[in-house]
Design a protein around this ligand. Structure first.
Ligand code: COI
Length: 362
C-alpha cells in the first residue's frame, strides 16, 4: 500500500523537541505526524480500506453524530519503537499487536486491518518522526494505533465508515521518575469486565470503566487499581492498565490465566517466556486475593510486579484493601522483577540477543 505523504510544514522546533525528549514522562507530547487509513462500505455493501496517508498531527474533524462519540465503538493498541546503538529502529512483537487489534475488531464489530497495512502504517509514521525517539533507560517512542467508528448515525449498529490512525508519543516511565514499587488499591466497588463482555478486547470502553476505580485508588494514595472477579472467589484479574505476576520463594512464577475478562498482554506473554528462559516454572492459573494476602504474609510470595507495554515491568509495593495493607512499606524492587525487566528492555533496545525473533525493523 502506498501512503500519500502530506508532511507537516509546522513541525515542533528542534530545541523544543530536545527539551521534551529530555523528560518525556508518559503520554504528554505527540510527534509531528499521524498515519491514517480509512474504511468505507460501498453501495453494494463491500467494505475496503482506502486513502492510506501520512498527515500533520492535529485535531480530527468528526461529525457530531459519529458512532464512536455515542456508543464507544473504538479499539486501540499500545506498542513501542526503540532506537538501537547502530541507529536502526525496531519494534517489538508487532505481529502480536496486529493479531490482537483484529481480535478486538471482531469483538467491537469493526473491520479487520491486514497485518501488512498495520506494519506499514507504523513504518511510515516512525520514518517521518524518527527524531522523536528518546534513548534514556526504559525510554522509547510509544505508538498508539487506534480505530474509531466515524459514520454519522444514531441507530445502534456497526458503523460502515471507520478510521484507523496511529499517533506517536515519546515515553519514559509510565509512573514518572525512577522505577520504584507502586502501591495498588483493591477495587471492591467496581469490576472491570464481566463474562462475555469486552474485557479481552483492547477497547476504550474498558479503560473508561476503570476510571472511577482509579480515582478511588488515587484518593487512597495508590497508583493503580486491582480488579477482582467477585463471582470467582475474588480471583485476581488485572490492574487498570497492566497485567500482574507473582514470584514465589522457590523461583516459580504465577500470572492470572486468560479468563476472557482480562487483556492478553504482549508484555505478559513475553514475561512468561522470559521466566521460562530463566528456568522458572511459570503457571497461568487462578490466583485469589486471599492467596496474595497469605502468600505475602507467609513469605511464600516474594515479589509481585505489574507489566504492560506502557508500564514495562513495574514492581508492586503494597496492596491496599480498605484500611488493610498487604506487603511492606518502602519495599525495594525485587531481584527477579528487575532481572526480567532488564532482560526485556535489553532485547527491545538491542543490548541482549533476540533469540525469539521478537523484533521487527521499522
Ligand atoms: C499499554 O500498556 O500500552 C496500554 O495500552 C495501557 C495503558 C495504561 C497505557
Amino acid at each position: 500500500t502506498q501512503f500519500a505523504q502530506h508532511l507537516s510544514t509546522q513541525r515542533v522546533p528542534a530545541e523544543e523537541r530536545a527539551a521534551i525528549l529530555a523528560d518525556p514522562g508518559f503520554g504528554n507530547f505527540f510527534t509531528d505526524h499521524t498515519a491514517i487509513v480509512d474504511f468505507r462500505t460501498d453501495e453494494a455493501g463491500v467494505g475496503g480500506w482506502r486513502d492510506a496517508r501520512l498527515e500533520p498531527y492535529g485535531p480530527i474533524a468528526l461529525d457530531p453524530a459519529a458512532a464512536v462519540l455515542h456508543y464507544g465503538q473504538e479499539i486501540f493498541e499500545g506498542m513501542k519503537a526503540y532506537r538501537h546503538a547502530d541507529g536502526s529502529i525496531w519494534t517489538f512483537r508487532a505481529d502480536a499487536n496486529a493479531a490482537r487489534l483484529n481480535r478486538s475488531a471482531i469483538r467491537l464489530a469493526l473491520p479487520q486491518l491486514p497485518e501488512e497495512l498495520f506494519l506499514e502504517s507504523l513504518r511510515q509514521l516512525v520514518a517521518a518522526d524518527q527524531d522523536w525517539i528518546p534513548s534514556g533507560d526504559g525510554e522509547s517512542l510509544y505508538l498508539r494505533p487506534f480505530m474509531i467508528a466515524t459514520e454519522a448515525f444514531l441507530g445502534v449498529r456497526p458503523a460502515r465508515e471507520v478510521s484507523y490512525r496511529v499517533i506517536a508519543s515519546p515515553a519514559g516511565n509510565y509512573f514518572g521518575g525512577e522505577v520504584k514499587p507502586v502501591d495498588i488499591w483493591v477495587s471492591r466497588n467496581y469490576a472491570r469486565a464481566g463474562r462475555g463482555g469486552t474485557g479481552a478486547a483492547k477497547a476504550g470502553g474498558n479503560y473508561a470503566s476503570s476510571l472511577a476505580a482509579q480515582l478511588e485508588a488515587e484518593a487512597h494514595g495508590c497508583k493503580q487499581v486491582l480488579f477482582l472477579d467477585q463471582f470467582n472467589d475474588n480471583a485476581v484479574e488485572e490492574l487498570g492498565g497492566m497485567n500482574v505476576f507473582f514470584v514465589y520463594r522457590d523461583g516459580s512464577m504465577v500470572t492470572p490465566a486468560l479468563s476472557g475478562t482480562i487483556l492478553e498482554g504482549v508484555t505478559r506473554s513475553s514475561v512468561i517466556q522470559l521466566g521460562r528462559d530463566r528456568g522458572a516454572e511459570v503457571t497461568e492459573r487462578t490466583i485469589t486475593l486471599d492467596e496474595w494476602r497469605t502468600g505475602v504474609e507467609s513469605g511464600e510470595i516474594t515479589e509481585v510486579f505489574a507489566c504492560g507495554t506502557a508500564a514495562v515491568i513495574t514492581p508492586i509495593g503494597r496492596l491496599r484493601d480498605g484500611d488493610e495493607f498487604i506487603g511492606a512499606e518502602n519495599a525495594q524492587p525485587g531481584e527477579v522483577t528487575m532481572a526480567i525487566r532488564s532482560q526485556l528492555l535489553g532485547i527491545q533496545t538491542g543490548a541482549v540477543e533476540d533469540t525469539h525473533g521478537w523484533l521487527t525493523r521499522l
